[in-house]
Write a new protein. Sequence first.
Lengths: 448, 343, 342
Amino acid sequence: MPKKIGLSDWSEQFKLVSVEQIKKFTYYHNSEWGIYLSPPATFMVYGTRELKRLKLDNSFAALRLWGFVFNESERLFRAKQIGKKVIATMGDLGIVPVIIMAFPDCVPFYPECIWWTPFFKESTVLLDTATQLGIPEATCFSKATLGAFYKRAYFPRPDAIFASTGASCDDYSCIMQLVEDLGYEIVWLEIPLRKGQKAYPNNASGRLEEYLIGEYQRVWKKMVELTGISNKNQLIKSIKKANQLRNLVTSIKNLTYEAPKAPLPGLELMTIEFGNLYGYADIEEWIDILKMIKRTIEDRIEKGLGVLQEDAIPIAWITPSADPLLLNLVEDAGLRIVQTEYVINQALVPIEEDIDPFRALARAFLQASLIGKTSERVKRIIAGVKEGKIKGVLITNMLGASHCAMETGLIMRFLSAVPVLAIDVPQPFGITEQLKTRILAFAETLKH
Amino acid sequence: MKEVLNPRERFGLLVIDEKPDRCNIIPLITSHSATVYKIGLKEYYTNGKTMAKAQIAAIEEYGHDAISIFSEVGIIAEAMGSEFIYPDDDLPVLKSPILTKVDVFALKVPNPQKDGRLPIYLEAIDYAYSAVGDKIPILAYVPAPFTTGMMLSDPNQFLLATIKNPNQVKAIIEMSLKAAIDFCYEIINAGGLPIIVDPLASSSVISPRAYQEFALPGEQGLIQFLHRYDFDVILHICGDTTPILDLLLQTGADLISLDKVALKLAIEKLAKKMRIIGNFDTTKIGFGTVDEILKETKAMTRIGMRAEKGYIVATGCEVPIFTPTENVKAFIRAAKEAGWYWD
Amino acid sequence: MVNEKKLIGYTCSYIPVEILAVTGFKPYRLLSGEINLARAGEKILKVDACPLIKSNLSYILENSDKFACIVGSTGCDMARRMFDCLQELSDIPTYIINNPRTDKPEIFYDEIDWLVKELEKLSNKRFEPELINYEIEKWEAVRNLYRQLEAGRRLQTASLLSAAEFAQICANYHRGAIELEIKTTNYFNPPIGGLRKSTKPSVYLIGSPIPYEAHSIIEMLENEVRLVGDFNCGISRFLNIKIQNKDLAGIKQAYYKQIPCIYKRPNHDFYAMVGERLKELACQGIILWTLDYCDNYEFELKRMEKTFGLPVLWLRSDLSFQNKSQLKIRIAAFAEMLRQSI
């Protein structure tokens, strides 16, 4: 029976997993250290403390997913140990890795994804380190990235770092500058503001495309210097691979959102969505995991099974929660996520395959969540509300994060047809009874 | 040199074959923590929260790199029915082994949530994990099947049986293995990383042949179970293990904690496959002078750092209960001064 | 379009006032720092938005009939997002230029060209070279005068022009009131008996913009220290603009090549250029003034201390100035510390 289960139930269930199955799934095809199929308890013992409280999907596919995701830090170190180049891409959230993956044995990753680590670990270690290095207290939790660069224990020293800045969130731009000050060499890339059709009537986004193409060509040049290889056909293949992943995720999301009973919980879905950024450092294995996830979902839908109650109220979620526990709590309150705007639209949209690859990447990036107007960001959610598919909206903010401070009020205005709850995600292990009550009250409002 | 990492991060790098800022330093501070916390031993080993608090106090006092939840090797045997005496100022002493009263086939696998003092251990792990588990690994020492077997039996009879009635011994070990596995399962769910301790399997106690026939399969069984979780398993055998160094490679353990073995020899034989832990003489740490400890710890650390797969600076066995705190501090200070990997 | 409205509001030092002035409207730098307006801004913005932005937003909405348009840039994320709010809440035309964070002059130059075209449409006026030239001459002349005044502050003898007075004069520039006469004679003629040498430590002011209503902070500082220079929007930062070629290309170059904002990436040039200034002015300390949630400066406090090698006093404000006594004490203590280290 599909459901969300806690750590000890997962340990019990793991007893049924055979040694052959454990050994079957590896990353980088390495049977010595590449095994990742472990129960949540393994990662909990190694410090991922929130696993004692989180509830995860009980499918085998979810076991693979979580083992793979929690194993990522080790995977990056192993990548470097076996001679791969580890490339940090920061700020653009979705496009630069497609270029990186066109080069053999190059593994891109996003250091900012470490912002979940303090919450999974229920620990302020990285955040405190960032504060000691000069970052103010009230800042986006992506400041954990600075702590991670300083400590050198969460990922290996990157062979190259690309940092995108411009019309995006200021917090992270400041963090990237401080990373450079730690002694890391950074290639800076520009993110232009998307001004849209009205701004450039004769050439809608032509100028912006050219800027971005120039930037991506710089990335290419740097990667050629690093690897000694330049093969544009590989970029075309990399785009195809990225699209394969994106299409798979889109179909998983659509199946899940449209099913009468949610076949997969929101936390797994958020993790799946973020996998689009870079495939968690082994895109082939990640795609295989997602194929299994999709089969699981299809099977559940066919059998009329789900992990949430059938009358769970559909909501949209804007801006990802740094604390995974919130997704559990929201579903426990009787809500169900049917639409998201997780600031990574550029990682979700298909990349055109029939035009120059750099132009295709530029066009995909120009659909980024944060580089344009707030109204564009919530377009799909507004449509969902109008169609009656979304009954409420939850916005999770980070205190001190520039775009959150500016957008939330506007978003609430755009979505005023339905109840909207905006919450500031508290520090790790900081979810209070008061916050839980607010979520429950929100759910009650939606029920009535 | 400035420490950049906390113990959790440091240990995490070691087990993925990366060099942390400095060596992990894990002297086996177990019951000695009661001395640090200024409580009686009985209070230490009969109350889980107290045990955890004592361990945390020791960490605060010394700044080493792991919590060690442990009191004595009879813990599983006690849960299976062996009787122990609980002196106020000493660790539990075996009084009446269960197998002097019942047959091995009457033994039951204990429930770690209820039987003996296993729940105390679990409570200690849970408390320590909640308190400091984000920064410090919580190690829980689990007696290996052979050692537990001896605690279930009259020790002399048990040793004799390895020659006269090997099947009996194997049956005992099989039951002990099941008990250890179940205990490890609960330890893991509480947040502890099981460390296997098999002091009664050293060559100080049994022959290499006996080790190979009886102790080794028990260790292998437990390690295989833990490997299902993809844990890096620590095996600790105190005493002289020189004669069985080659056999230790067969255990499957990822880290080997040694006592009376020449460190250079251990590195030569084992360091390509296993991370080395050890092995400062516990008599010296208990009774030596600060200067001696400083000098010898540094020398030992420099040798240990040559271990290919990694090294943890440790004592060969448990730090004696009443070791002067300045001795332990000297050990840790010396290890910190000598054990840097990063510039 | 008839020039009915008088003001063309702008938010950023990278926006050329000369181009704005060609429209015939009065360039008006948006530096509203009124606490009640900031609180009013919280009707739409969260409490952790910059107080300057909150105040500016409210100010514009309350005075919308005064503005022909508002021009902004992507310099600071919150400042550019204010334009989303304006577009939703008012009918005032708005224009945002892509002000590149990285070294991309071509983007900046393209954006100025685009802005010119948009303002031509708005003002129904062709931006002929003569018109541009005229505005450049006018504004350069004003800046030259202000530079002379600013030089007065840097005299080692007691200046006849306090920083607070100078800031008020600069406010005229920012408000577009450059036609106002500045009685300079008093500032250039020392009194009979000569000038007394100042005993106060020399400090440099850096940080977030100083709003029009926040000049009291400068008075507070001057009671204890000599402000020998600043790099703040709202005071004399505009004096770094020196247009060599009196044409549109000259405008683009001058504005692009000014001492860069701290949000530029990487911001080494900011540190290099400001560092040179600190040495030229023989500064003994730095006052870092930040508005709440001003990431671009707050994040850099430790770097400033390290890079400039000078003591830094960090003053943070939500524009309420409720903590005046505390500020005074801190400033006094900082001055005392500097005196002792001389």
